[in-house]
Design a protein around this ligand. Structure first.
Ligand code: ATP
Ligand code: MG
Length: 306
């Protein structure tokens, strides 16, 4: 099963065009889901469709990952960025549930350590890039250095790259350029980069925070810092808008996925990842004729064992 091209086009930020996240829906896609008549259906019916679709994407992803691994010529890097409580963790857990852990890693990027701050901002991410044949998911990434650091420029004081007063705007431009070049380099070396922004509304974030605070099993997930960052909502949206606009490229596109309904979010992310691997048009490796003779010989020997 494939996510239809119309939805992919709708979610993708066209290179060179504005991302316009404020006019993108956080609840649904304009195009009917997966070509089915779900637009008019009730929430329950839509959820059922999305869950069935997610389940087929999970199976598809397992097949696609086997091919990626067997072929060994390409790697896949999935970058997930979002406001707090948008569902990054749940998405990884559900979408990647059928994937063989041997060929997949999740890397989470938190506040940088002193060692990390003593390097350029891409360093800690380059150390854990996926090897050919495998998939890495970045739960946050080097994009934090043009998002949280842009919202809180005082964080820059700890780095070597402190710009002279008044030159902050050129710093972000330079970082965008570095990111685009870095991702182009990865693309040229057979790492496909797919970037997904989970687009949640401010109201939905409030609901999810309240749910966490009310549920004893989920309370641990809430950090007082989440509330502090929420106060900077508009600045984050602006930083995301500029970042997605400047860094959605032909070789590493951004997808903006409506995230207010977790069931839809997960199905769409599953569909995007499957479509990226399918685009590589990988084939199972053929066994060379000389090896076939060896395999026949091995079989004969095993059958002849007493
Ligand atoms: P969750 O809250 O779902 O467990 P999370 O990704 O929000 O996951 P936290 O430990 O809550 O993880 O937060 C990590 C924090 O680290 C985020 O606020 C993020 O903005 C911050 N961070 C990540 N990279 C950088 C960076 N390069 N500079 C400064 N802060 C960063
Ligand atoms: Mg958090």
């Amino acid at each position: 099963m494939k996510l239809n091209e119309e939805i992919l086009d709708e979610l993708r930020v066209e290179p060179g065009k504005r991302a316009k996240i404020s006019s993108r829906s956080t609840t649904e896609t304009r195009t009917d889901w997966f070509g089915q008549e779900t637009k008019a259906a009730s929430g329950v019916a839509r959820k059922k469709v999305a869950e069935e679709d997610l389940s087929s994407y999970v199976d598809e992803l397992s097949r696609a990952q086997d091919l990626l691994w067997a072929d060994g010529s390409h790697a896949l890097l999935i970058v997930l960025q979002a406001m707090d409580a948008a569902g990054k963790d749940g998405t990884i857990k559900h979408v990647m549930s059928g994937v063989n852990p041997q060929g997949c890693r999740v890397e989470s990027f938190k506040q940088p350590s002193t060692e990390e701050l003593n390097h350029d901002f891409l360093w800690r991410c380059t150390k854990v890039l996926p090897s050919l044949g495998s998939i890495s998911i970045f739960n946050r990434s080097y994009y934090e250095d043009v998002l949280v650091v842009r919202v809180h420029p005082d964080l820059l004081d700890k780095t070597h790259e402190v710009p002279k007063k008044g030159s902050l705007s050129t710093l972000w431009e330079k970082r965008f350029e570095d990111i685009n070049n870095f991702e182009h380099h990865l693309h040229r070396n057979n790492t496909r980069v797919v970037k997904i922004f989970l687009h949640i509304s401010r109201d939905e974030q409030k609901k999810r925070f309240l749910k966490r605070l009310d549920d004893p099993a989920k309370r641990w997930k809430f950090s007082p810092n989440d509330l502090a960052e929420r106060q900077h909502w508009d600045e984050y949206q602006k930083a995301y808008e500029e970042t997605l606009t400047a860094t959605s490229t032909a070789w590493a596109p951004w997808y903006v996925v409506p995230a207010d309904h977790k069931y839809a979010l997960r199905a769409l992310v599953g569909g995007i990842i499957v479509s990226e691997i399918d685009r590589l048009d990988l084939k199972s490796p053929k066994v060379a004729p000389e090896k076939l003779t060896l395999l026949d010989e091995a079989k004969k020997q095993l059958l002849a064992e007493k």
